[in-house]
Design a protein around this ligand. Structure first.
Ligand code: NAD
Ligand code: UDP
Length: 331
């Protein structure tokens, strides 16, 4: 397959490009670099710098390449920022993918895998979360992703564009080589912040809330390795190639870890002291998010390979300890 990867210079996109190439596929990356890194893009991938909302730029990619399918990672994804700048989020996340779908129509490309999120569920009513649970986002970020899922449903009905929306839980870890990894700016995710505290790039990690209704009072999340996510995208494309119908899958390991458990595991993996402070709750954090990925396991034949927290943190540490400033310290 020759796959167009929008947002392929970002964290999950760059790992998916690697996995595509390692599995013998072709990858064409389209990324504005508003958040991503050119250095994260595999050397065997063709790269175009451009914004999805730029019709001429995206049309050029379809004209110059024989694209079989699209994976769309391109979006903004900071929950807090989405609350203060909702229109910026709808413009980039919804309008961007809308323009991509129009370009796919013009080019006659009929398959897409879309990055959705656990944030589409909002406050879960039961754990583990299954795909048929109510989707009631509690922030604009989750709402933009749910809106795209709806846009995809109607694009299938009208234009025959077949889609798979993958609702990721907490993406974590890095490529096993340690050559690419997570480098968001600003960084808001728990594991990179803990590891930056371990490597001395940050002074400390702040725990956001110790009074949640969880066993130790801190939030519980389901961490899923970025390479396992990457593999699920390829399996989702293969299923669409076999004629699979449009659908939605959760992607997680099915086990929850509290913030305190993640910190303790990181101390054991890194063998470094990590200074821990406690702050109040961060707005919009549900106490517990754990996926049921049974549907993906059953229908995609997907099986996470990095299914323990120490394994996930070890790969992240390999990246962070050798690239303390992320891609900035690359030659
Ligand atoms: P990221 O910011 O590292 O990657 C997104 C990439 O898209 C960046 O390289 C950015 O430059 C690019 N981009 C953004 N808007 C663009 C546009 N209009 N045109 C072209 N390129 C554009 O984010 P990530 O952590 O790799 O997440 C990838 C996707 O997965 C996002 O859609 C995110 O919402 C979703 N997601 C991430 C997580 C997570 O834990 N990281 C969890 C659930 C869902
Ligand atoms: N968290 C924290 N301190 C931080 C960053 C995150 O306590 O510096 C907590 C956050 O409140 C949440 C969990 O860690 O309960 C995971 O947060 P992250 O931002 O990594 O992912 P999210 O679950 O928000 O997608």
């Amino acid at each position: 397959m020759n796959v167009l990867v929008c947002g392929g210079a970002g964290y999950i996109g760059s790992h998916t490009v690697c996995e595509l190439i390692e599995q013998g596929h072709g990858a064409v990356v389209f990324d504005s670099l508003v958040k991503g890194h050119r250095a994260a893009v595999h050397k065997d991938a063709k790269f175009y710098k451009g914004d999805l909302r730029d019709e001429a730029a995206i049309d050029k990619v379809f004209k110059e390449n024989d694209i079989d399918a699209v994976i769309d990672f391109a979006a903004f994804s900071l929950v807090g920022e989405s609350c203060s700048e909702p229109l910026m989020y709808f413009d980039n996340n919804v309008y961007g993918t809308l323009r991509l779908l129009e370009a796919m129509n013009r080019a006659g490309v009929k398959k897409i895998v879309f990055s959705s999120t656990a944030a589409t569920y909002g406050e879960p009513r039961s754990i583990p979360i299954v795909e048929s649970d109510p989707t009631e986002p509690i922030n604009p970020y989750g709402e933009t992703k749910l809106t795209v899922e709806k846009m995809l449903k109607w694009s299938d009905a009208a234009y025959g564009i077949k889609y798979t929306a993958l609702r990721y839980f907490n993406a974590a870890g890095a490529h096993i080589s340690g050559e690419i990894g997570e480098d968001h700016s600003p960084e808001s995710h728990l594991i990179p912040i803990i590891l930056q505290a371990a490597s001395g790039v940050r002074d400390h990690i702040s725990i956001f809330g110790e009074d949640y209704p969880t066993p130790d009072g801190t939030c519980v999340r389901d961490y899923i390795h970025v390479t396992d996510l990457a593999d699920a995208h390829i399996k989702a494309l293969e299923r669409l190639n076999r004629g699979g119908a449009s659908t939605v899958y959760n992607l997680g390991n099915g086990t929850g870890f509290s913030v305190k458990e993640v910190i303790e595991t990181a101390k054991a993996v890194t063998q470094k002291p990590i200074k821990v402070l406690t702050e109040g709750r961060r707005a919009g954090d549900p106490p517990t998010l754990i996926a049921s990925s049974k549907k993906a396991v059953d229908e995609l034949g997907w099986k996470p390979r990095f299914n323990t927290l120490p394994q996930i943190i070890e790969t992240a540490w390999k990246w962070h300890s050798t690239h303390p400033k992320g891609y900035d310290d690359r030659g």
